[in-house]
Design a protein around this ligand. Structure first.
Ligand SMILES: Nc1ncnc2c1ncn2[C@@H]1O[C@H](COP(=O)(O)OP(=O)(O)OP(=O)(O)O)[C@@H](O)[C@H]1O
Ligand SMILES: [Zn+2]
Length: 631
């Protein structure tokens, strides 16, 4: 429905409609302009008419008098003006004659606007018409103007150009590249396939977290194959009027079929592709229509069109199953957050045109950016280049990468008035994390420690994992817990009390301990039993509610085991700190004074690493990446 624009009723009807609307507007303006050809009367004439009982009603507006005359059956409008002195007798005589009297505030000039309104309407209409025509002259490909929107024909075709990106610009993501690359031959020489009657998959779903290069890989496929790339973000479909989304989809597919071989890319498929009927309240009609249209278009392929539809989503779990059926988006390609090697490769791609100083080691930058997506890394390179440019340098240096990494990870430096006592506690807390990390053998190496507030945290201790870990041994996790709880432990040892500053530390430590017990079967009490309470979503990191499948007794046992890990870790942290009290005291003083200490400065304060006696625990298991412990 609501889609005359595209149907074949022909231009005659459309023009008739437009001309009709124009005349209606013209007539309206006539009425508004000439509705009251009021005759001005002199004041004495007016008074006479009142005296003769010919006036039916009057309205006073400043010195202006207007009203209606009795004139047989029809009332006739008139206007007049009061004399500058006014007329004290007028009201009395009006009342005598039973004339209806109204009064209004003096004319404020708005009547001038009112009389202009019809002309504005006419002008607006012509403007609208003109825009619409220039839109259609460009074959509906250009920016279409208001008319196109109303007709549901807003340019669907944002970029039908052949992209310049190549698959070699996509770093890492080898699996995805290989899968998508299978279509290259087909797009390059569709006829060969068509001659043999081969049916090539039309729909590929790219799924993965934001910024992992879904759009990039789709563009690169088009660029590599040398075919036009039709890009559309699904969320755009539904922001307009009812029916527009569906017709945009149709136009997009039509244009792509005309230009075949070609690629259609639908970004954010989940915004229209959610399970139908699952919307809350109104407003999902448009979405469903759009979704239905996509399904219809996918079904409409006869198998031989050289059009490949790629869609991207980071919520594959919410998609309507109809979208995933054979013949639609039945091939799924998953893009992951890049690992260490992937990050280094991505950094290299984006540093191709950035002059780097000799001290920049991209491998090291990659090591320090666990969890960064391709988009984050691109952003990092750009920010570092901007920082160097601000300093008027010709090359980007390692410290720029460092600075910007911190900013991206932790947020911008915050100016925050911190009281001296609080600052001291902060230095103690961070020194605690740092010292425990320094002395415990399996903790990740330190990068730096700071008490400069950033983002949400007041201070932070940064560690850089030396290796990319895919499985986490129990002993490593135990050291990690001790490091995380080391801040609180230091407050206890050096200040004799704890504070709310360990809030995030406790949350993080508890989460790790829960996983150790509930997912990885590391505790002896519970054993190799799955007792996780909830499952975190693979992409969203969101906890999904799940029915519990174990007994209260097991739950209690698990709670006890979790607590055991935490208490044990804190005790070890306290022990390490007490053993090295003097050294840690030096670190605290130094940190308080200098605010930020790097790895070497930390080593100077803490002296040689002798393995602490408190570094004893049990033995081993699975996965994650570690970054920093924040204060
Ligand atoms: N593997 C990669 N190699 C090189 N650059 C990458 C890679 N992944 C992401 N990028 C960079 O990040 C930018 C953003 O990525 P892109 O828009 O393709 O991500 P996306 O997965 O589509 O994200 P979203 O889900 O947010 O739409 C790209 O333009 C590219 O410059
Ligand atoms: Zn902390």
């Amino acid at each position: 429905m609501a889609d005359e624009g595209n149907s074949g009723k022909g231009p005659v009807l459309k023009w008739a409609l437009l001309i009709g609307v124009f005349f209606a507007l013209l007539a309206l303006s006539q009425i508004m302009l000439h509705q009251e050809p009021a005759r001005p009367k002199s004041y004495s004439e007016f008074k006479q008419l009142v005296a003769d009982g010919q006036v039916e009603s009057v309205t006073f507006e400043g010195s202006k008098v207007s009203g209606l005359l009795r004139n047989g059956a029809t009332a006739q409008p008139f206007t007049s003006f009061l004399p500058p002195t006014g007329d004290p007798d007028l009201l009395a005589s009006l009342e005598r004659q039973g004339v209806e009297v109204r009064s209004q505030p003096a004319d404020d000039g708005s009547s001038w606007l009112v009389s202009l309104l019809p002309w504005l309407l006419i002008f607006g209409f012509w403007y609208f018409l003109w825009f619409r025509m220039s839109g259609s002259m460009m074959g509906g490909m250009g920016r279409g103007g208001v008319g196109d929107i109303l007709r549901g024909k807003t340019e669907p075709v944002k970029k039908a150009a052949i992209p310049k990106v190549r698959l070699s610009d996509v770093a890492g993501q080898e699996n995805a590249k290989a899968e998508v690359g299978e279509l290259l031959e087909f797009l390059r020489d569709a006829e060969r396939y068509q001659r043999l009657g081969a049916e090539v998959p039309h729909g590929i779903l790219l799924q993965g977290p934001p910024g992992t290069g879904k759009t990039l890989i789709a563009r690169a496929l088009a660029g590599e194959a040398g075919v036009p790339f039709f890009h559309m973000s699904a969320s755009e479909f539904i922001e307009m009027f009812v029916g527009v989304g569906a017709s945009r989809v149709r136009n997009l597919f039509d244009a792509a079929k005309k230009a075949q071989p070609s690629i259609i890319f639908i970004d954010e498929l989940d915004s229209v592709g959610r399970v139908r009927g699952a919307g809350l309240g109104g407003g999902h009609d448009e979405r469903e229509q759009t979704l239905n249209q996509i399904l219809a278009e996918m079904d409409g392929f006869e198998g031989h069109e050289a059009v490949v539809v790629l869609a991207a989503t980071n919520r594959p779990d919410v998609l309507d199953p109809a979208l995933l059926r054979p013949g639609r988006f039945d091939r799924h390609v998953t893009l992951e957050l890049p690992d260490l090697a992937g990050r280094e490769a991505i950094l290299k791609v984006h540093c191709r045109s950035v002059p780097l100083a000799g001290d920049v080691d991209l491998h090291k930058v990659a090591t320090g950016t666990p969890g960064f997506s391709g988009a984050d890394l691109k952003n990092l390179v750009n920010e570092a280049a901007m920082a160097a440019a601000r300093e008027n340098l010709t090359k980007v240096e390692a410290r720029h990468f460092d600075q910007m990494r911190d900013r991206i990870m932790m947020g911008a430096v915050r100016t925050l008035a911190i009281h001296e006592d609080e600052r001291h506690r902060l230095a103690v807390h961070e020194s605690g994390h740092t010292a425990v990390a320094y002395f415990l053998p399996e903790a990740d190496p330190l990068h730096k420690v700071t008490i400069i507030p950033r983002g949400r945290s007041l201070g932070s201790t940064h560690q850089l994992p030396e290796i990319e870990r895919h499985t986490l041994p129990e002993s490593y996790l135990q050291d990690r817990l001790a490091v995380i709880l080391g801040g609180r432990a230091a407050e206890q040892v050096f200040l004799g009390s704890v504070s709310s500053g360990a809030d995030e530390d406790i949350r993080m430590a508890t989460q790790i301990a829960r996983s150790m017990v509930g997912r990885w079967g590391m505790s002896e009490e519970v054993g190799p039993v799955d007792v996780r309470e909830s499952e975190s979503h693979p992409f969203l990191g969101r906890e999904m509610a799940q029915p519990r499948s174990f007994s209260e007794a097991t739950a209690a046992l698990a709670d006890k085991a979790v607590k055991h890990y935490l208490v044990d870790a804190e005790a070890r942290a306290v022990e390490v700190l007490k053993q090295n009290e003097a050294k840690v005291g030096r670190l605290i003083a130094e940190l308080e004074e200098r605010e930020t200490l790097d790895r070497n400065e930390i080593a100077v304060c803490l002296g040689p690493k002798e393995v602490a006696a408190g570094a004893k625990k049990k033995a081993s298991k699975p996965e994650a990446e570690s970054g920093k412990e924040s204060g």
